[in-house]
Design a protein. Sequence first.
Length: 396
Amino acid sequence: MAQPTPGTPSLLRAINDRAALQALLERGPLTRPEIGTLTGLSKPTASQLLARLQDAGLVVLDGVREGLPGRTAEVYRLNPAVAYVAALDVTPSRIEARVADITGSVIGEHRLPTPGRSGGDIVGRLRAALDGAGAPHDLRRVVIGIQGALDPVTGRLGYGGHIPGWHIPDLVPTLRDGLGVHVDIENDVNLVALCEQARGVARDRRDFVLLWADDGLGSALVLGGRLHRGATGGAGEVGYMPALGAPTVRDVGRSADHGFQALTGGPAVLRVLRSYGVRGADFTSAVRNAVQASEGTGMRADDARAGLRDVATRLAVGLAAITAVVDPELVVLAGGTFMAGGETLRELVEHELHTLTIPRPPLLLSAVEGNPVLAGALDLALATTRDEVFSSTVPS
C-alpha cells in the first residue's frame, strides 16, 4: 500500500497561494484579514502570502479601506494584466473576436466580415480580428469556436467543408506559429454547451444534451459532467445523421444536403412553413410569424399551428434517436430556430419527443444571452489560463 506523500512547505505555500488567488477572483478586492478568514490562514501567514504574490506580480495593492476610527486596511486585488486571452467565433461569413484579462473583464470586441468562398490567408484574417479587438502583444491563449470538429489523431478539421481554407494538415500548429500564441480549436456547439453548463439552464447538470437548430444542425453531449467529443472529435454532429424521409449521403453525396440536416435545417424549416402559407424572409422570421399567427383564430391560425407541429415532429424524430441512446437528464434547445419559436415550439417538440421515447427528459430553452459560442470560448480560455497562472507557484 502506497504511503501518502507529506506536504512540503513549498507545496503547502503553493496550495495557499492558489486558494488566495481564487478568493480574489471570486470575491474581488479583499483585505489581508479577509483573505486570512477565507483561506483559514493566520495573520502572519496571510501577510507572507500577499508579499509573495505581490513580488510575483499576481496581486497588486488596490488602496485602503477605512475601518474603525484611526484604523485602515490595505486592499488587494488580482492583477488583471497577469494574462490576457481571446475567443474567436468563426463562420463562413464572419469572424467575431473578444479579448479579456484574467479576471474575465472584456477589454475589446471586433467583428470581421469575410465575404467570398476563397480560403485565403486564415492566419491573416484571425490576426486582423484579434487586432481589431485590441489584443495585446503578450496574449496568452486563443480559443477558436468553429463549425467543425478537430480530429485529435490527424490534426485536421472535419465536418466543416463549408468553411474554406481551414482544411490543412497540422492546423493547430500552423495557427499557433502564425499567431505566436497558444491556440485551441473547439466545435462551436460544444462551446455553447459549456456555456450552458457554466451559467445557463444546465448548470450543475451532469448528463445533458444540447440541440442546436439554426441554419445548420448540431448537438453536444455532456456525460458525467464532462464534454464528450468522440474518437475523431465528431460526437454530436447530428446534422449528418440518417433520418427517415431524408436523402442519405449515399443518395446525394457528401457535399449535398442529407440526413437530419435536410429535414430540420434552416432552409428546410423555411420550406415547410411556407408550404403552410406562413411567410418569412428567412427561417427565423418565418418561425416567429408562425408563432404569432398560431395565437389567433381561423384558418390562418390553424395552418400556422399545423406548420409548427410539422417542424416540431421533424425535430423530435431526430432528438428521439439521441435520447434513446444517451438517456440524458435534460435537453437544452438552442439556436435561431428555437429562439424564434420560444415556448410555443419548445412545448410542441417536448410533447412529440415524449410520445416517441421511453426516457422523457425535460426540454428547456437556452438561457444564455448574446453569442454563446464566443462566451463559451472565452470561458474555456480563461479556465485553462487561470489554472496555469494560479499553479505557477507550485514547485517543480
